[in-house]
Structure formats: C-alpha cells, structure tokens
Design a protein around this ligand. Structure first.
Ligand code: FES
Ligand SMILES: [Fe+2]
Length: 358
C-alpha cells in the first residue's frame, strides 16, 4: 500500500518535467468535496446561464452554484442582478424555475415581494409585526458578469476580476465571434467519476489516438498544441478531413479553471460545465451555440451526433479511471511534459486551493 502523504506534500508544486498528477486521495475521499465547494467553486467565476434566457426586464433564471441556490434577473436598468435565492422571511425560494417579464420577485412560500434589485417591497399580512421595516430587508447580492452571451456569477468577493480571468480569449479566436452565436440545445451526461477525472481527461490530447480513433482523424495530433495562461489553458489544432462536421479552420479547446470549457469550431461554441454531484459522481452539461450562417446550421445535427459519440468514449474511460483511482494501489503517476501540461496547470491551481483550507 502507498505510504500516507501529508497535505503539504500533496500540495507541493513541481516543475513540469518532474511533475506528478494530483494525489488519488483528492479523487476518492469524500472530505475533499466540501473543501472544493468552498475553496474552488465559491472562489471562481462560475458559468450560470446564457443571456438568451435573460433578454428582457424581469426575465430570470435559478441555478445552483457551489451548492447554493442562486437567482439571476434582468433589472429595469438593462443590467443583470444576482442574489441568493433565499427569502429573508424563512429561507423559502424566491423563484423555483426560470420565468419572464416579472415586475417583481415574489417568494413562493408566503408571498413576500421584492423588487428586481432585491429590496423587500411588501410582506404579506405583517401589519401587526412591531419593529419590522421592509426598507431594511434585502436579498443577499452575488456578483454577476455577462460575457459574449454567457452569464457568470461569483459568490465570494475574493475572486479575481472577470476580465483578468478571461483575458485574451475573444481576441485570440478571431474571426470566430462568440457574441454572434445563439443558444440551441443542452445535452447532459451523468458520470460515475469525480468531477476532476473528467476535467483531467479534457486537458490532454495524449489519449486521442487510443480513446478517440474517429476524432484523431479530424484533429491534427502532430501539431495539437497546449498553451497555458494564468487561469485557463488552451488546446488547439487545425481541422482536417472532417467531412463537413466542423467546417474548415481551427478548433480551440479552452479550459477555464475550475470547471468551464469553451469548445470553439467555425460558427459554433459548445460550452461544458462540470458539476460535482458527490465525490464519485458528476454531471457534464454541453450547451450548443451557433451563428445564423446556413452552412453552420446545416452541419449542427451531425456535429452533435459526433460529439455524443466522443462523449461516450470519454465517459467509459473516465469511469474506469475512477475505479483505478479508488483501487488503493495508485497514488500519483508521472505526467508527460509534452502532452499533459494542461493537467499539470489544473492540478497546481487545485493544490493552491487545497492549501488554503483551514
Ligand atoms: S419564506 Fe419567503 S415569504 Fe416566507
Ligand atoms: Fe477525450
């Protein structure tokens, strides 16, 4: 059996050419998920919605971010507002599902009503309550940011500025322009593995020839490259021989720490959001966005079917890796400096987060 390592040892960052993967304990022990919710998910910008659901005043969506209920609404001033979806009366939900054109936000439990900026306006049948002033009661605010039709929230004030995290992406992918793409469809996949297994797998093309023989023909593995930035990594490759599935051009695969992926091919954005359901389960949401270009629209169905095939291959290997990590005979293996720099980058960001825990 492997010897037990201290947290400090498991969080030590090593240069890439001598680096090892993140220790198996982080993938198989349930205690780490609570630490991750606090130190990773609550301290980063989280993809929460798309602006297509929040076009007009009063349009709103609800979501769970770092396991907390969140409500996002379009205010009369045209800007988005986000709050904890937790009523100040007895913690009921202000909204239970998405909705449109609300004039105010009325709690689903006893009907207390808030304005679109989170201020309590009226409290049903509370006339007899002494020392009760609606003017002093408001929902807890959450930071919200809109970027190219995607909506992000950050629960903590201890999160880098959004523009710092996403710096350079829009400029790099020109002539692709994410702001011209509209939401088309969501596919969700539930996996029997720790959320980080899925992220690790996304972060390297090393497995392409073995796990995805079909995709290997489309991407040019010889020039498949990984670049590292402060908060994200980019894998990219020219597209070839893809029989019209993606069109001609370049594929960009961005991973933004800790759980957002932006997969960009000509005229198309596919976002992935990886959400832990437990320490050995996660859900992966694929949202598809397209430009109005008829050529792009015409290839959407075959591209989604191809993506579904690749996902089935990734799910199978990820679930097997989880069993391997949990087997008790694996601790942390060496990383390939040429092919796994993205994994190394992700693991180091996580090590810094784990080291923060009290
Ligand atoms: S919990 Fe919201 S009105 Fe009672
Ligand atoms: Fe894969």
């Amino acid at each position: 059996m492997p010897a037990t390592k201290t947290l400090a040892e498991m969080c030590t960052e090593l240069p890439l050419d001598v680096a090892v993967a993140l220790h198996a304990d982080f993938y198989k022990d349930s205690q780490w998920l609570a630490v991750e919710q606090e130190q990773v998910f609550a301290k980063t910008w989280q993809l929460a919605a798309h602006a297509g659901d929040l076009r007009h005043t009063g349009d709103h969506v609800v979501c769970q971010i770092a396991n907390k209920p969140i409500l996002i609404v379009r205010h009369q001033d045209g800007q988005l507002r986000a709050f904890y979806n937790v009523c100040k009366h007895r913690a009921g939900p202000i909204a239970t599902c998405k909705g449109s054109a609300a004039k105010s936000l009325q709690c689903a439990y006893h009907g207390w009503t808030y304005s679109l900026d989170g201020q309590l306006r009226s409290a049903t049948e509370m006339q007899g309550a002494q020392q009760f002033d609606v003017g002093t009661i408001r929902l807890n605010d959450v930071r919200v940011h809109e970027w190219n039709g995607l909506v992000f929230v950050a629960l903590s004030s201890d999160v880098p500025a959004f523009d710092e995290v996403y710096a350079g992406i829009a400029e790099r992918i020109v002539p692709h322009d994410l702001s011209t793409m509209r939401f088309a469809k969501r596919d969700s996949y539930e996996l029997a593995c720790n959320w980080k297994v899925y992220v690790d797998n996304f972060l390297e093309g090393y497995h392409l020839p073995y796990v995805h023989p079909g995709l290997s023909k489309v991407l040019d593995y010889r020039v498949y490259d990984t670049e590292l930035f402060a908060w994200y990594s980019l894998q990219h490759s020219p597209l070839r021989n893809n029989e019209g599935i993606y069109g001609d051009g370049h594929a960009y695969y961005y991973f933004v720490y800790p759980n957002v992926m932006l997969n960009i091919t000509p005229g198309r954005l596919q976002t992935n959001r990886i959400i832990p359901l437990g320490h050995e389960r996660c859900v992966v949401e694929f949202d598809y966005y397209y430009t109005d270009d008829p050529e792009v629209q015409a290839r959407a169905a075959s591209e989604q079917a191809f993506s579904d095939e690749i996902q089935a291959e990734d799910i199978a290997i990820c679930e097997q890796v989880q069993r391997g990590l949990a087997s008790g005979v694996y601790e942390a293996g060496r990383l390939n400096p040429k092919r796994e720099s993205g994994v190394w980058h992700f693991h180091n960001l996580l090590r810094r987060a784990y080291a923060q825990q009290k």
